[in-house]
Design a protein around this ligand. Sequence first.
Ligand SMILES: NC(=O)c1ccc[n+]([C@@H]2O[C@H](COP(=O)([O-])OP(=O)(O)OC[C@H]3O[C@@H](n4cnc5c(N)ncnc54)[C@H](OP(=O)(O)O)[C@@H]3O)[C@@H](O)[C@H]2O)c1
Length: 261
Amino acid sequence: MFKDKTVLITGASSGIGAELARRFARGGAKLALVARRGDRLRTLADEIVPTTADTGQTPRIIVADLVEPGACERAVAETRDAFGRVDVLVNNAGIGEYGTFAEKDLPATERMMQLNMSALVRLTHLVLPEMLSGRRGWIMNIASAAAFQPTPYMGVYGATKAFVLSFSMSLWEEVRRAGVVVTCVCPGPVRTGFFDRGGYEARHDFTRFAVEADWVADRAYRALVRKKPVFIPDRLNRLSRFLQRFIPLKAVAKLAGKVLG
Ligand SMILES: NC(=O)c1ccc[n+]([C@@H]2O[C@H](COP(=O)([O-])OP(=O)(O)OC[C@H]3O[C@@H](n4cnc5c(N)ncnc54)[C@H](OP(=O)(O)O)[C@@H]3O)[C@@H](O)[C@H]2O)c1
């Protein structure tokens, strides 16, 4: 499906993004990998090269902080310089934050909002016209199971992911007849570097039921191929999403507060 297609992946230096890069590489895609840690991107690119040898394309590394002005524009421009166009955009870069809202550092919270929401919207807006005019394109947005419910002690993070889900579904309806696929992936806890920062460090119990990043990436890839608008990889969170429909929002917030507090 993605052989010789150009895939721009944000947050490819670790976790789900790195595993998605490996998955698309196995499918023969040409990759543009974006993150701040260039050393990690280079190590990943070196590992990926042999699997894309048949296309003769080495991944393009773009070291960028997507919150900085002009970074999204540069990421898209460098991808086009290297490969001509962006066929697939994977908006994966994201960070979280744990703790009571009143005690969190506001500038850090606002940076999270800029990365999780504004950069995703900006990148999408930059690549969409080309996809629409060519009547072909794929956009994968990584939200979270947190998108479906209030998330006390990580309220702004959950709200950014609710934004990603809502935006993705609206976009899906706008572009689905124009040959552009939009898939919003909503994983539960995944064992990645996500929990090593932002206040999550002390909550090792959050990863007790976590799944592996390569498993999530493989399923997310297949969901994109199948043109699924929303995809929750694991059964537990699919069940939780189903049950939430029958519980008042106030009760969901209280229950989530007990689990996350
Ligand atoms: N892990 C989970 O339990 C979980 C569950 C649901 C959803 N998610 C979502 O999955 C996505 C990937 O997270 P992960 O779990 O794989 O965590 P991760 O291993 O920490 O990966 C986050 C990625 O985002 C990049 N990033 C962070 N800030 C950036 C910035 N300012 N500019 C550019 N890139 C930046 C990081 O690279 P650099 O640090 O090198 O810049 C890294 O590659 C996120 O959107 C997260 O919200 C995670």
